[in-house]
Ligand binder design. Sequence first.
Ligand code: HEM
Length: 449
Amino acid sequence: MSNLQPIPLPPTRRIVGALPKLRRVGMLSYMIHHWQTHGDISAMKLGPRQMALLSHPDYVHQVLVKNQLNYQKGTNYDKLRLLLGNGLVTSEYELWRGQRRIMQPSFTPKNTLGFADMMVKVMEKILVRWETMADTNTPLDMQAEMMRLTMSIIGEAMFSVDLSADEHQGIGRAFGHGFEHITDNTGRIFIPPPSWPTPRNRRFKRTLETLDSFIGEQIAHGRRHPNQPNLLNMLLSAQDEETGKGMDDKQLRDEVMTLFFAGFETTARTLGWAYYLLTQNPEAYAKMHAEVDEVLQGARPTVAALYQLPYTRMVADETLRLYPATGILARQAIAEDEIGGYHMPAGMIVAFSPHILHRHPDFWPNPEAFMPERFAPEKVAAMHKCAYIPFSTGPRVCIGNNFALLEIVVVLAMVAQKYEWRFPRQEVGAELHGTTRPEKPLYMTLHRR
Ligand code: HEM
């Protein structure tokens, strides 16, 4: 294999490589520019490390499916481990395999549907809360509002607790700050080690203490009330069918933190982008409203009705194409490999950007246009399996994908029954900050329909 050509590395600054520019223009813009200039496979130098940016679905298939055992998360996920420990997102090998086996049954499509009624109830409360905003024409910060909404849903799903209630504001803020601390490290040339008592590290330590104590209390409460139908109780009683073992408290803490981390901001960002796209595409917005009106006829959505909203679901799919919340996925090669005819050396960092893959002109005609119809079933059947990966693919595909899609459809449908968001026509750029977010706050107004 060593007779193959190395992955092309465009010249950059010798020691720091692309880091200063990346910090200046942002990771997402930097990667897009790199792809447009250097094509579907090329390397970039990030300080002492090299990273290959792979932007063709065949390469995704090689790394995440065909030769997936050779590509682990490695040191790329060390910063996340500070917050999440060794939950499903960050664990590897046997620990990950066992945990995935234990947790998968809680996330089957059937079990996920068990959360639909709770989601509907949470939305009913939120729709009432928004009445005053609609009547007074008060602009709402879409991102903050969607974070509050998804925080309420994941809090109810996980612990049967309303985390948006005033008494839990501190917990909501602590989750927010924990994620912010981790994501703010991106592109920094020097990050003081966690043991250094810098003000930033001390604040993060306090945040961790708050979160650990909250999760610890919830686990103790769950053990005392095993009949409450929530995810925590499912995890408390879950056992590995091969070994008969369950999880100890430390592993539970890591999984609870992980599900929160993986599930709340991603879904909030997707909903925020969905409303941005709908306000910019009034025809699609009207079509979604018409579908919701016709199918639900003003009634509370049932599980069966949620399946009869194909256009609303296509709006969700198309939003996840244009703005996949996870803008970058990274792995590290264990042994050497061949990718696209080039030599992939052992140890190299490999990254994909779903944001780029979802705009690849060979797979997406008119890639920047919002066209939910792309996701009509016959078109989906004809797609390259790795051209669309908002939830990743292969064995480490998002375990919460059914949950997220259900939540998005419930929210889109129930808001559509009562309100319409308005936002002036304008281009809003995206930036990667842990998740893919708009480059500025989106203040939208709500109008009764
Ligand atoms: C629109 C919302 C969501 C998006 C776009 C999304 C996307 C992703 C992606 C791309 C990955 C792969 C990450 C990687 O390999 O580095 C992932 C993994 C994961 N997601 Fe999601 N996710 C979403 C919602 C959720 C929800 C609601 C939950 C849980 C309630 C969840 C739980 C997880 C977990 C536990 C993993 C790790 C799976 C494993 O490695 O076995 N996600 N997600």
